[in-house]
Ligand binder design. Structure first.
Ligand SMILES: Nc1ncnc2c1ncn2[C@@H]1O[C@H](COP(=O)(O)OP(=O)(O)OP(=O)(O)O)[C@@H](O)[C@H]1O
Length: 261
């Protein structure tokens, strides 16, 4: 479903942390949300997930996200928050199974569709070997993959993931991005915040750059992630290379150092 955000603003603690954001995100795409610490990425995601009060409008297809009942919201939108809290001593499989709650309610037996969604999410996040471990006893990166699998098992048309690649080893960063692409290829809209420029450049169909709570730029990564924009938004210079699969962008220095005589 298409996600359309218009004039979205959020105030927190009397500070305007998002100001007049407009987005038009197509289904079937992975959209990278970029910007420095404090730019407003998590706030935008929390607003979409109904976790902070926002002014403006947010529509997913014909659904007004701000007006949705929680049960319907959970069937339309899955959200991996930046704070990874696992509140219960559940096995990994039981925790991923919670992702099916919006579809089957408490106490109902799992249908084949539920089991397939759980198996698929666990396979995508490479956590099948961890299925019987207690989730709270896993490493940080393993917990991220388990919590992402729970969101993926929700099988929603919109998936929002706040820095799902941070804390993951290089192989699992790629596994994560491949999984997000697969979910998008099946028709979902996938919005993912990232600090790794190469992951954003190689795996995202579009990127949205925030700066100081405002939309700075949006479009195809190769076009948007120019040296000038990286310098202006992040204050860095980056080494740029290309291979058959796309751009490689490695931050190498602060702009202020480049400008020193
Ligand atoms: N509860 C709050 N009260 C006041 N200001 C807040 C509150 N929560 C967040 N902010 C401010 O809102 C701004 C945006 O924060 P947000 O977490 O959305 O940034 P971000 O782009 O996700 O950053 P990061 O890359 O560090 O995760 C920051 O300046 C932050 O200090």
């Amino acid at each position: 479903m298409r996600l359309i955000v218009e004039a979205l603003s959020v105030e927190l603690g009397r500070r305007k942390v998002l100001d007049g954001i407009g987005l038009d995100l197509a289904p079937g795409q992975v959209i990278g949300l970029l910007g420095p610490n404090g730019a407003g990425k998590s706030t935008l995601m929390r607003a979409l997930a109904g976790q902070v009060e926002a002014h403006g409008s947010m529509h997913l297809g014909a659904n007004d996200l701000a007006a949705l009942a929680p049960g319907l919201r959970a069937r339309l939108l899955a959200y991996l928050p930046q704070t990874r809290t696992i509140g219960w001593r559940l096995t990994v499989r039981d925790l991923v199974t919670l992702g099916r709650l919006p579809w089957r309610g408490f106490g109902r037996r799992l249908a084949e569709e539920d089991r397939n969604a759980i198996d698929r999410a666990m396979e995508m996040m490479d956590i099948v070997p961890l299925a019987n471990r207690i989730a709270t006893e896993l490493s940080g990166g393993e917990q991220v993959r388990v919590l992402t699998a729970r969101a993926v098992a929700q099988t929603t048309p919109l998936l929002i993931a706040d820095e799902p690649a941070s804390g993951l080893d290089p192989a699992h960063q790629i596994t994560m991005m491949q999984a997000l692409r697969r979910i998008a290829a099946e028709g979902a809209t996938v919005l993912v915040s990232l600090h790794d420029l190469t992951l954003a450049a190689r795996w995202c169909d579009q990127v949205v750059m925030l700066k100081g709570g405002s939309l700075f730029a949006a479009g195809k990564p190769a076009h948007i992630m120019s040296d000038d924009r990286l310098a202006e938004v992040y204050g860095v210079t980056a080494h740029r290379a290309k291979d058959g699969k796309g751009l490689i962008l490695t931050p190498v220095d602060l702009v202020e150092n480049r400008q020193k005589p």
